[in-house]
Design a protein around this ligand. Structure first.
Ligand code: DOR
Ligand code: ZN
Length: 348
C-alpha cells in the first residue's frame, strides 16, 4: 500500500498555549485535524466557562486566513480545581462551551499547581458530569513523592481510578496519554466506561531513548516513557482495532530554552507531523487498515459526536522533519524527531 485515504481525523488531546506560541503551533493541528480537545493548563488555567469562551475566541482568531484551516473546531475543556462548581460545569456544558473537564492531580505536570488536591471535594461535580454525559479527562499519575516516577500511572489506577469507576459507574472517563501495560489492561476491563488516548511519541519511545548516549531533554514528557514492554503493549492496543483506544497527541510545545535548561520542562512537540508519525507506527505494525478507526472513528464515537466530513490522503514518501519552528517572539520550538526522516507524508 503506497497511499492511504482516511476520514479526516481528530486530535483528542492538544496543548495550544496562547500568545505567540499559539500562533506558531495552531496551524499544524488545524490543517491535519477536524477538531481538537484543547487542554486548559495555561499559566492562568481555564477554570470557568467565561475563561473558556475567551480562550476559544483567541484560538479562532489565531487561525490563518486560508480555507484549509477554517473548518477547524477547538473543543474546550474545564480545568478542575478543588473549588470547581457543579453548576458552572453543567451550565458551560449545556451552553456548548465545554466539551469535557480535565482532572490534573495538583503538581502532576506543567501548570498543574491549581489542580485537584482532594478528589473527594469533587463528588458533586462528578455526579453532575455523570448525569449530563460530560466526559472526564484524567492525567492519571499519582503525585505522592514516595512513588517512583515510573510507577505513578500504575499506582494512580490502583489508588484512584478503580475507586472512581466504582463510585460513578456511568461517568465517561478518558485516561489521557496512557504509557503502561497496566493502563491498557485497566481500560480494556472497563471499556464500557473508560477509554484512553495514546500519543505518537509513547508509541515510538521507551525510557532508554531518553538517556541513550546522554540526556535528551526533548524526549522528556509526563507521563514519562516507560520500559519497552509497555511501549509494545501500547502498540498492540493502538493497532488492535479496540474502540477504547484512540488518537491524542498531547503535543506540548515549549520554547527551546525551557527544554534545554538545568531544570527542563516536560512536553514533546509532535503537532508538525502528528498524522505522519502515527501512520509510520501503524505501517511498522502491518496494521494500516486499522489506522482510520484509531485516528478518525473511535474518538468521536466515545465522545458521542458525529464523524468528520471529508478525508485526508497519506502517501509513502520520504521527507525530513524540520529542525526547528520559529515563534514570532524570537523563541523557537524543536519538533519531535527534528531533522530525522519519516516514510509517510500527508498530502496538502
Ligand atoms: O509532558 C507534558 N507536558 N505532560 C503534560 O501532562 C503537560 C504537558 C505540558 O503542558 O507541557
Ligand atoms: Zn497533555
Amino acid at each position: 500500500m503506497d497511499e492511504i485515504i482516511i476520514r479526516r481525523p481528530d486530535d483528542w488531546h492538544v496543548h495550544l498555549r496562547d500568545g505567540a506560541m499559539l500562533e506558531a503551533v495552531l496551524p499544524y493541528t488545524a490543517r491535519q485535524f477536524g477538531r481538537a480537545i484543547v487542554m486548559p493548563n495555561l499559566a492562568v488555567p481555564v477554570t470557568t466557562s467565561a475563561l473558556a469562551s475567551d480562550y476559544r475566541r483567541k484560538i479562532l482568531k489565531a487561525l490563518p486566513d486560508e480555507k484549509a484551516f477554517k473548518n477547524f473546531i477547538p473543543l474546550m475543556t474545564c480545568y478542575l480545581t478543588d473549588e470547581t462548581s457543579a453548576s458552572d460545569i453543567g451550565q458551560g456544558y449545556a451552553d456548548g462551551v465545554f466539551t469535557a473537564a480535565k482532572l490534573y492531580p495538583a503538581n502532576a505536570t506543567t501548570n498543574s499547581a491549581h489542580g485537584v488536591t482532594n478528589i473527594n471535594a469533587l463528588n458533586a461535580v462528578f455526579e453532575k458530569m455523570q448525569d449530563i454525559g460530560m466526559p472526564l479527562l484524567v492525567h492519571g499519575e499519582e503525585t505522592d513523592p514516595e512513588v517512583d516516577i515510573f510507577d505513578r500511572e500504575a499506582v494512580y489506577i490502583d489508588r484512584v481510578l478503580t475507586l472512581l469507576t466504582q463510585k460513578f459507574p456511568k461517568l465517561k472517563i478518558i485516561m489521557e496519554h496512557v504509557t503502561t501495560k497496566d493502563a491498557v489492561d485497566f481500560v480494556r476491563t472497563q471499556k464500557n466506561q473508560v477509554a484512553a488516548t495514546i500519543t505518537a511519541h509513547h508509541l515510538m519511545l521507551n525510557r532508554n531513548d531518553i538517556f541513550q548516549g546522554g540526556i535528551h531533554p526533548h524526549l522528556y514528557c509526563l507521563p514519562i516513557a516507560k520500559r519497552e514492554v509497555h511501549r509494545l503493549a501500547l502498540r498492540e492496543a493502538a493497532t488492535s482495532g479496540d474502540t477504547c483506544f484512540f488518537l491524542g497527541t498531547d503535543t506540548a510545545p515549549h520554547p527551546l530554552s525551557d527544554k534545554e535548561a538545568s531544570c527542563g520542562c516536560a512536553g514533546i512537540f509532535t503537532a508538525v507531523n502528528a498524522l505522519e508519525l502515527y501512520t509510520q507506527v501503524f505501517d511498522e505494525e502491518n496494521a494500516l487498515e486499522k489506522l482510520e478507526g484509531f485516528t478518525s472513528l473511535y474518538g468521536p464515537t466515545f465522545y458521542g459526536m458525529d464523524l468528520n466530513e471529508g478525508h485526508v490522503t497519506l502517501v509513502r514518501e520520504k521527507f525530513r522533519i524540520p529542525g526547528s519552528i520559529p515563534v514570532s517572539d524570537g523563541s523557537s520550538i524543536r519538533p519531535f524527531k527534528a531533522g530525522q526522516t519519516l516514510g509517510w507524508k500527508l498530502k496538502y
